[in-house]
Design a protein around this ligand. Structure first.
Ligand code: SF4
Length: 178
């Protein structure tokens, strides 16, 4: 099946794209992350995702970088903890755009790298994906079967940049406070 993989960063992409390829799917990467702050960090993560796409030999498309849209939808939720309601809005925005891209490029299905993170609930993300795309959304939990460990292994092998915060300005501040 031709599957659009929403990519949040290069390290997560390494584990998730490899896993889909092993399942026999044709992967098309889609980098859409208006949550990432600041712009230099966005470029750095995009560059890392491109490197992974080269290593695993799949095409990668970058969606528009529209942080203003992301801020307008999440500003009232800035005090939410990581994993709370702000994150649900953040997942929804990214998955909706990925669904649109899947339709545009004639792919059969879509899914996301987001479930590979040990800090994110696959249950919440999968529920959101199904709500947006129905059966077109591939329910996965890429962290299972040591998926996150494999992503870290590949990141070491390919010397990938590894960020230390989730992506938005609020997660960046929380990380600095810790
Ligand atoms: S913590 Fe991560 S998932 Fe949650 S809103 Fe920020 S960037 Fe999005």
């Amino acid at each position: 099946m031709k599957v659009v993989l929403h990519i949040c960063c290069g390290v997560c992409a390494a584990g998730a794209a490899e896993s889909l390829a092993i399942e026999g799917h044709q992967v098309v990467g889609f980098f859409y992350n208006p949550n990432i702050h600041p712009a230099e960090e966005y470029q750095r993560r995009l560059g890392t995702a491109c490197k992974v796409a080269q290593e695993l030999n799949f095409p990668l498309e970058a969606g528009p970088y529209t942080p203003e849209e992301w801020f307008s939808q999440t500003s009232s939720l800035k005090d939410e903890p990581e994993g709370g309601r702000r994150c649900e809005v953040c997942y929804r925005l990214r998955l909706e755009k990925t669904y649109d891209y899947m339709v545009d490029c004639g792919a059969d299905a879509f899914t996301t790298t987001l479930t590979i993170s040990p800090h994110k609930s696959a249950q919440v993300i999968n529920k959101m994906g199904r709500k947006i795309g129905g059966e077109k959304f591939l329910v996965r939990d890429f962290k299972k079967k040591e998926g996150f460990k494999r992503a870290v292994e590949l990141a070491r092998r390919w010397e990938l940049y590894r960020q230390d915060y989730c992506g938005c300005i609020y997660s960046m501040r929380q990380r600095r406070e810790r």
